[in-house]
Design a protein around this ligand. Structure first.
Ligand code: NAD
Ligand code: ZN
Length: 346
């Protein structure tokens, strides 16, 4: 029986364990991928910390991680379009294929989604097995560290392209890795002003490198003042909420133009309250975003990168997998963008 190294949620307590586990079995419609790079997501941090969401969601033991790039090692007996040696990434949401939305081609709205590295073994490992329907063939000219971030980049692309941003003024709340990527996407897509907010000076500095018109610390600058400084009279046309903070969402609502459009990616606390008058009387549209469209978002992100979109400044640290503790500590500190772990080289 072949064994591999993996980062495992072994005990129902904070932490992660670098362990030897069995290489997962390859079903007839599955693809076995040798992982080259994987990147750490906020979800992985929740699992590491063993917060209430993780406690109710994660069965143990579980190999975690869902953002990765690798090379195909073998394929199941019924897989015909993928071959050993192909560089691939993978969609982290496994859908049922049978519900109304799946059958209609709206797989991102599947009623029975399960998560790689959440509900089934993940990619913080030397090998990962995913269904062939989740494999995305990568352009091998795109750097591996960028490909390893395709899952969160897809969140950013899905959110930022939900509404037309050409010539529009865009407000992004939250300069985490996804908010930072969204700056570059909104710029690439032709926005006029791209304003981003955060409370973290390290991330606000990164935001400038990614092309933000203004990167504002909301503790010292008001968005009303920002609008004045930029000569904006009626408010932001498009809002991308990428912090999960109720305060940030309320800040955003207070500076949207009438008829403005908001895409909500950040996961809000259940009890978050907003001023509904602003939504109703100002005719706002609010759209919730979950994951990536399969596979239109994947097509777009590949094409955007091929067309010159540069998200490299978001990737601030890389470590060998054995030094994962350093990566998780940095993520927790907030003084990082995206952190990539190295598993193997080609
Ligand atoms: P992150 O936690 O790294 O970044 C959030 C940022 O928001 C942080 O830099 C934080 O300092 C900032 N922030 C906190 N309070 C703020 C405030 N009042 N105003 C402005 N900024 C504030 O998260 P990420 O990995 O970049 O993800 C962004 C959000 O999207 C998170 O809420 C995450 O849970 C969520 N998410 C949703 C999906 C989905 O499918 N809907 C997928 C991935 C992530
Ligand atoms: Zn479904």
């Amino acid at each position: 029986m072949q064994m591999m190294k993996a980062l495992v949620k072994k005990e129902r307590a904070p932490g992660l364990w670098l362990d030897q586990v069995k290489v997962p079995t390859v079903g007839e419609f599955d693809v076995l991928i040798r992982v080259l790079r994987s990147s750490i997501c906020g979800t992985d941090l929740h699992i590491y910390d063993w917060d209430p969401w993780a406690q109710k969601t994660i069965p143990t033991p579980m190999v975690i991680g869902h953002e990765f790039v690798g090379v195909i090692e073998t394929v199941g007996s019924h897989v015909h379009d993928f071959y050993p040696g192909m560089i691939v990434t993978g969609e982290g949401h496994v859908v049922c294929g049978r519900c109304r939305n799946c059958l209609a081609g709206r797989r991102h709205l599947c009623n029975h989604t399960s998560g790689i590295g959440v509900n089934r073994p993940g990619a913080f490992a030397e090998f990962v097995v995913i269904p062939e329907t989740n494999v995305w063939i990568a352009d091998p000219n795109i750097p591996l560290e960028v490909l390893s971030c395709f899952d969160p980049l897809g969140n950013a692309v899905h959110t930022a392209l939900s509404f037309d941003v050409l010539g529009e003024d865009v407000l992004i709340t939250g300069a985490g890795p996804i908010g930072l990527m969204a700056i570059a996407i909104a710029r690439h897509a032709g926005a006029r002003h791209v304003v981003i907010t955060d409370l973290n000076p390290y991330r606000l500095e990164l935001a400038k490198q990614l092309g933000a018109t203004l990167a504002c610390d909301v503790r010292s600058v008001s968005l009303q003042q920002v609008m004045k400084d930029l000569g904006m009279k009626e408010g932001f046309d498009v809002g991308l909420e990428m912090s999960g903070s109720g305060q940030a969402l309320n800040d955003m609502l207070s500076v949207m133009c009438h008829g403005g459009k908001i895409a909500l990616l950040g996961i809000q606390a259940k009890q978050t309250a907003i001023d509904w008058d602003l939504v109703v009387f100002n005719g706002l549209t609010i759209k919730g975003i979950y994951g990536r469209e399969m596979y239109e978002t994947w097509y777009k992100m590949t094409a955007l990168i091929q067309g010159g979109l540069n998200i490299k400044p978001v990737i601030t640290h890389e470590f060998p997998f054995a030094e994962f503790e350093k990566g998780f500590a940095l993520m927790k500190s907030g003084n990082s963008g995206k952190i990539v772990l190295h598993w193997a080289d080609l």
